[in-house]
Each structure stands twice: as C-alpha cells, then as structure tokens.
Design a protein around this ligand. Structure first.
Ligand code: ZN
Length: 417
C-alpha cells in the first residue's frame, strides 16, 4: 500500500490531489513530503471571499506541517496560485488544509491541541519535536474555533471566582456555568475589578444576563456591585466554598500570629507544624493525629477556640430553613465577636454585613451543588501551575478555556488522535 492511499483515506480534498510522497533528507532527520497539485479542471477559489476566480500566477512552493507518522515529520508541499478575484483583486487561493499564512495544516493543529489537553504544552512540544509556540498557536486555534461555535442558550446559574496568578497580587476572574447538567468555564478576565466583571456581562449580553436565576460569588465588593446591577433578576448566593475559605484563612492568620508570639516569649511554636491538624475535619483524623491534636489542645491557645468556632460553623450548612439558619448565624457571630480574636471577628462582621446574601444559599437549596465552584477552582489552579511557562495573560487564558471550557470541536473529519 502506498502512503498516497493512506493520505487519500484520512485527508482527501475535492479540488486537490496528492501527486507523490517522497522521503527527504533534512538537517533534523528524514521527512515525508507529500506534493499536492490542483485537480485538473478545478477552479481556484479566492481566499478572501471564497468565490471561484481566474488564475493570475503561481507563487513559490510552501511547506505545511501535517500530522507526524512513526516519529517522522510530514509536510504538504504546494505552490499556491494567486487569483484575480472580481471583488477582492489579486489574492492567494483558498487551501482547504491551512488557514491564512499558517505553516501548519489544520489537521496538525487539532492533533497538537488534543494532545495539549492531556499533557503540558512543553511535553507536547517535546514529544512531537515541535516548538512551544506551535503548540500554543494550535491551542489558540482550537479555542477560538470552539468559542465561536459554542452554545450559550439556557444558562441559568453561574459562579464567579477569582484565582491568584503570577506573583504578588495578580488575579484572574473566572466565570463558570454551574447548572446541574452543564458545567464549564465560560469566561476569563484579567484582574478582579468592577471593570473586569462588567466586561463579562458585556460579552454575555443583556438578554442572557436577564435569564440568569442564580449567581454564586464571593463577598468581594466589586463583584457584588456588578451582579446587583447586571443580573438583578437572579438570586446572588454567597457560596459555601468562599465563606469557608474566609474562615480557614482567618484561622491560618491567627495561628501564624500566635506562633510568632510564642517564639518571642521563648516557647517552641507548637502550632507551626500542626496547622493541618486544625484544618482537618475531626472524622478524618487518624488515631495518632488525634492524640497529637489532644496534646495540642492542652495548650489552651486562642487557636483552639477558633478551631471550635470553625467546627461549629459547619453545622450552619446543615440547616434547611433560611430562618433557622439565620438564627444560628446570628448567635455564632455574637459569640465570635466576644472572642476577641481579630481575624475571625472580621469574618463575623463580613457575614453580618452580607446576612441576606449568605442566607440566599438556603433559598436556593437543592439547586446548587456546593462543590462545583470549589472543584473548578482547584482545576483552574492546577492548569495555571502546570502551565509554568505561561507568562502572558493570553497563554493562561487559552489554557484555561482549553482545559475547562468544554468547547466543541469540528465533526466529520478524520481524528488523528
Ligand atoms: Zn474574493
């Protein structure tokens, strides 16, 4: 069987034929080169408007990288014609295997993009002997195709989250669809300002925004403001994940502060290495950890009180009725305010300030699965971390859409992977 036969099976063109396939010695090893030519009597199409147009001249041959075979690079070799289009003037003809000035065939770009879902971009580049840039451009192509073809109707619930990226106080705003049967990343924006979220709503459109029933978010003021303005028909829910994150952060803060105090007083900071014991749910502790924890508890430190406060707060989420949940929360806040522990008092104040929005969680009970935003948050952080080389926002944005966007792909073509 000839390679030409295989090529005709996996990538056949209506108006072009494979003339021959050669092995070519190249500085980086052997290559397979498939020569293409127009099918006889076929008429060239203008690459701008797509209309059949008369030939003008022929340009020098160009190489287009195709999907590698047995570790051998494969190229299409073709001398593009220029056409004299009635509407657009003298233009290069349309070639069905590549767009614009790209040196990669679309099949190859989809191939790299699909691998980039499984491996890091660096690994894909290494495995297929190509550059990081080529992988990035391929992912970019897949993402823009997917985003142009994605279905955005019937979105009822969204979750808004922010993640840190790069060093210092750099944030990305992420918006997810969190409907029961459809969960995906919808949008990524730089920073976490009023303007960032406004840009999301502008992209999303006012019609779709009005149709939203639920918006999950953190207590971050700029977000709350924009949600109230742009999605006022929706119930704004301050979700469990974000509230617990605030409480955990407060606990961490005081622990660090205490360890520092202990050290200045000449004591061994018992809490530095045992932070995780306090953060763990009691039912998940092993026997050994439990005895360590009880040893720790003997140190009657403020952390312990805070630990109990946090544990107690877990009961909050078990309530069914917003009324009783509210009563519980009020009591918890009063107790916390008396505890004289600053960071956690701050959380209590914040909860009081947003009492209504916090209790919306119970209004929407059953509609909202608590783990969705948290799950996405973890995956998004992992994507950013894995993408160690992503210095630019563009690259991080592409990686996030590619991994979490559940974007569609064209159907009907041969899948090389
Ligand atoms: Zn044209």
């Amino acid at each position: 069987m000839q390679l030409k036969t295989i090529l005709n099976r996996v990538q056949k063109f209506k108006c072009f034929v494979y003339e021959s396939v050669h092995i070519v010695e190249h500085t980086d090893g052997i290559r397979l080169e498939a020569q293409l030519r127009p099918r006889s009597n076929s008429i060239a199409l203008c690459s701008v408007c797509g209309k059949p147009s008369p030939d003008y001249d022929t340009l020098p041959v160009r190489w287009f990288e195709f999907v590698p075979l047995w570790g051998i690079k494969v190229f299409f070799v073709y001398a593009p014609r220029r056409v004299n289009c009635r509407h657009c003037g003298i233009k290069v003809e349309q070639m069905p295997w590549a767009k614009g000035k790209s040196h990669r065939t679309e099949a190859y770009e989809w191939f790299l993009a699909r691998w980039a879902k499984r491996l890091s971009w660096k690994e894909v580049a290494e495995v297929f002997c190509t550059s990081w840039e080529n992988v990035f451009r391929s992912v970019e192509m897949a993402v823009s195709w997917g985003r142009a073809h994605q279905e955005l109707s019937e979105i009822q619930a969204i979750g808004i989250d922010e993640i840190k990226w790069q060093r210092g106080h750099h944030y990305l705003t992420l918006v997810y669809q969190i409907d029961e049967n459809h969960k995906r990343l919808l949008w990524v924006g730089e920073k976490r300002t009023l303007k960032t979220l406004l840009r999301f709503f502008r992209w999303f459109g006012s019609e779709r925004s009005h149709a939203l029933a639920y918006v999950c978010s953190d207590m971050w003021k700029p977000y709350l403001k924009v949600i109230a303005k742009k999605a006022h028909h929706a119930i704004n829910i301050l979700d469990r994940f974000h509230i617990m994150a605030h409480i955990n952060k407060a606990i961490d803060e005081v622990r660090a502060q205490e360890a520092k105090e202990l050290r200045t007083n000449g004591y061994e900071p018992v809490l530095t290495k045992s932070r995780w014991l306090l953060l763990k749910r009691p039912e998940n502790l092993t026997d050994k950890q439990e005895s360590k924890l009880s040893e720790l508890l003997q140190y009657n430190l403020r952390s312990i009180r805070r630990y109990l406060l946090k544990e107690e707060f877990q009961f909050f989420w078990a309530y069914q009725s917003p009324y009783w949940a509210g009563q519980f929360m009020d009591k918890w806040c009063t107790k916390t305010m008396r505890s004289k522990i600053k960071p956690i008092k701050k959380v209590a104040k914040m909860l009081r300030r947003h009492r209504k929005l916090v209790l919306n969680w119970f209004e929407a009970k059953g509609q909202m699965s608590s783990g969705v935003v948290e799950g996405f948050n973890t995956k998004a952080k992992l994507t950013i971390r894995k993408a160690y080389g992503f210095r630019t926002f563009r690259a991080a944005e592409m990686a996030l859409y590619h991994t979490l966007g559940a974007l569609p792909e064209p159907i009907g073509t041969h899948r090389f992977f």
